[in-house]
Design a protein around this ligand. Structure first.
Ligand code: GDP
Ligand code: MG
Length: 162
């Protein structure tokens, strides 16, 4: 079976946009409005000749059990099933309490976790990502999933951990 890269994070941070960038096509559904729950969807991807599966998660919207439970469950699932976890945060917003809850779970992960600071659309915005060190998940990898900025470097980094 191919190695699995799970893309996780709270709604609207750009997970599906990043998955599409990784796929090189628009297959994952990108939503301008947060809060639409969708199932986890896995796609076959490839980077520099190395195939892998990439899993887009529908977001961690509140369910019957509440937001906290839902987040924990999704993060636990990713930790059990993925070889590498990419947690996406919106660098223009910074670390929200939901991001912190996600990070708290993922800090226990045995699988490598990569912190992607998304929506860094320009050089000028790079500095925004520095506050994300506070999540305790290592160096924020600045990317713009929408524009492809930094995504090649992110993919190179993912491959080193597969
Ligand atoms: P998801 O809920 O985490 O899957 O987020 P989506 O991929 O659906 O994106 C949510 C919104 O953020 C959409 O309006 C995207 O166009 C926007 N978005 C995603 N990536 C970027 C980015 O790199 N820069 C900017 N400015 N917007 C982005
Ligand atoms: Mg999505």
């Amino acid at each position: 079976a191919l190695p699995v890269v799970a893309v996780v994070g709270r709604p609207n941070v750009g997970k599906s946009t990043l998955v599409n960038r990784i796929l090189g096509r628009r297959e994952a559904v990108v939503e301008d409005v947060p809060g639409v729950t969708r199932d986890r969807v896995s796609y076959r991807a490839e980077w520099t000749g190395h195939p892998f599966m990439v899993t887009d998660t529908g977001g961690w919207e509140p369910d019957a059990k509440g937001m906290g439970q839902s987040i924990a469950a999704q993060a636990e699932l990713a930790m059990r099933t993925a070889d590498v976890i990419v947690v996406v945060v919106d660098a223009t917003v910074g670390a929200t309490s939901t991001d912190e809850a996600v990070a708290r779970v993922l800090r226990r992960s045995k699988a490598p976790v990569i912190l992607a600071a998304n929506k860094v659309d320009s050089e000028r915005a790079e500095a925004d990502a520095a506050v994300l060190w506070s999540l305790g998940l290592g160096e924020p990898q600045t990317i713009s999933a929408a524009h492809g900025r930094g995504t090649a470097e992110l993919l190179d980094l993912i491959l080193t951990k597969l």
